[in-house]
Every structure is written in structure tokens, then in C-alpha cells.
Design a protein around this ligand. Sequence first.
Ligand code: SF4
Length: 380
Amino acid sequence: MKLTFPHIGDAHLVGRILFSELGIEIVTPPYNTISGMEKGSEVSPDEICLPFKLMVSNLMAAHAMGADTVVMPATMGPCRLGEYGELLKSILDKRGYHFRWILLDSPKSIGVKEFLRRLSYLVSDSEKKLPKILSAVNGSYRIIKGLEKLEQKAHLRGGYEEQRGSCKKLIAACRRDLSEADSIRKALGSIRQYHKQLDQIKVNKTKTPLHLLMAGEIYSMIEPFANHHMEELLMDMGVSFEKRVTLGWWIDRTIVNPLQLKKRILGNRYMPHEIGGYAKDTVAEGILCARKGYDGVIQVFPVGCMPEIVAKSVFGKMMKENRLSVLTVIYDEMGGEAGYITRIEAFVDMLSRRKRIEVNQKRTVLNNKKRGKINVLPGH
Ligand code: SF4
């Protein structure tokens, strides 16, 4: 068995370590590129969303590299991802790209027994005993969570760093090390080291950077090519931001602890029903932002994504009712980045100005209090 899977964020880093530990050969397709996307678009239905086109091109490339089995996550939900697996198979079969398919639907959709049957097929080539397999799976999960925690810290700390770019460089170095790590133990050790290094990066706590939330469609959130490397852009701009929808979040939400994570989105008057994808989560994140006083939200999704278009219109209502600023960035198949960058820069610029004014006003009020003066707020 030569296993492959489409690119989605850091899955290939962790997948390589996990399967090499289990003695299963994997084929990692080349990173997403514009030309790959064009090849994917040529064979995909016109109206299908962007992640499908990228995934199909990944699998075509992996087939050319000798892969014969595909493992991919799926959802049996109402959005298009629910039919990705079957459609990919049908399109690729017709063009002579034959694979064996292992679709990892959520246990809730296919039942725990069937889920375990598919997992056992996935590792059927491994000579390792069950305890070793389980410990490798657990170790890989810890790699994912450790790396994401490191990134989360770097995203927040990036706004306060004294030397612009230090956090970004550290994350890139960690990824490089993980791409060379030959065991789970080494990968976990390396992540621990980078956590220590990140804590030592000098910060200026008197800074008042913007605090934003990045939310939106799951593939665009996780795969950097699909969001034109927005995280790096925000770090370059000195913004402090959070991003909760990650690979580890998906695993928790789908397999490890679906009930716990779903509880958070249940009481949501703006979107009472699940409409597919993770639109309900996106809206719940927006509500949280408004409550916690974040400076703004950047919603990202690919052109043609139905659930997030609905979430976008809900954001419109929320912006009117709450003090919430939202920028929606819809990525299409055009490779040009300048337009996206300009819009994000303008949004950050506008919010930064507003924040500067607010911070100055607060300082004046505080100083006046200290001097015993009566505060007169602007407009009174
Ligand atoms: S959430 Fe949107 S982009 Fe993702 S599969 Fe569903 S429709 Fe497509």
C-alpha cells in the first residue's frame, strides 16, 4: 500500500512521521500551486468549491508518484464536503487514476464500529502491534496539538514582539525541524524546545496591538495556500490574532470530543440550525468576539462556499446589533494577491486608528482621574 492524502495544512508533516513510525509508505503530493489548481479546475465541475479543485490536483500528482490508496476526511453533512469522496473517486476513475479509498467520516455518521474498521484497514500494512499503533496515533495527536499551541502563542505574542518577525521565524523553523524528524519522540521534543524559545522572545507589553479573530471555512483556515498565507501577513503587520479552527480542532470536534465542542454553538440565535460546513461555528465565534471585545473578525472562505455565504449575511446583522467589525475575504481561483493584501491592510489600518483614538481617550480619562479633574468625554 502506498498511501496518500490531499494537502491540508500541516497534515503531511504529521502524517509522514506517523506512517513512517508504523512502517507504512506514504506519498506526499507537491505543495499546492497555481498551476496545480488550474489542472484541478480542468477536471472538476465548474460550480464545485475551491478545496475540491485543489484536492483533485493533489491526488492526480500523488498518483503519478506511485500512490495507490487515498485516505481522506469526509463529513456526511449537507455541504459539498459530504460528497467529496464519492465525486473525487468518480472523476479520477474516469480519467484512469485508480485508487483504493478510505473515507474517514465521523463516528457519529458511520458508527464507531465502521469507523474502527476503516482505521484498521488504514494500518493493515503495518507490522506493529495494536498498543504500538495506538501509542503512535496518540503521539501524532500530541504533535498536532503541540504545534497548534505553539502557533496560537506565536499569533498572540507576535503583536507584542520587540523584533518584528521573530515569532514568524520561530514557527517556520519548527516546521522545518518537524519535516526532518524521524520519530514521534523527536518531533515532540523539538516542539517542547520551540515552546521554550518562544517564551524567551522579547516583548513590549506597553504595545496595544489589534486583537483580531480569523474565522471561516475550515479548508481555507487550515491550508495556507487557500488563504494566501494570511497568518504570515497578519504577523508581518504586527497584529495579535486568534484562529480556533485548526486540524486539531477538527479532530476534537469530530472524533475526540464532539459533544463538548458542539455545546458552545448550540445557543445561537443568529443561526439556530446547522446548515453544513462549520458556518454555525463561524457565527458562534463572531458572537464570542463581540462579547469579549475583540477589535474585529476576518472571515475567510473560498468562492462557491454555500455555508459561509450564509454566515456572511448573519455577520451583517451582527455588525448592526453589536460593536463588531468584520472583513470578509472570499478567495477565488485568481492567483493575484495584491487585491487581498490591500483590503486586509486597509481593514487593519482602519481598526488601528480607531484603537489608537480609544487608547488615547482612556489614557486621558485615567490621567485626569489621577489629577482629580472631571472627565468630559468627546461629544458631551
Ligand atoms: S464548507 Fe464550503 S468550501 Fe468547504 S466543502 Fe462545504 S461548500 Fe465547499
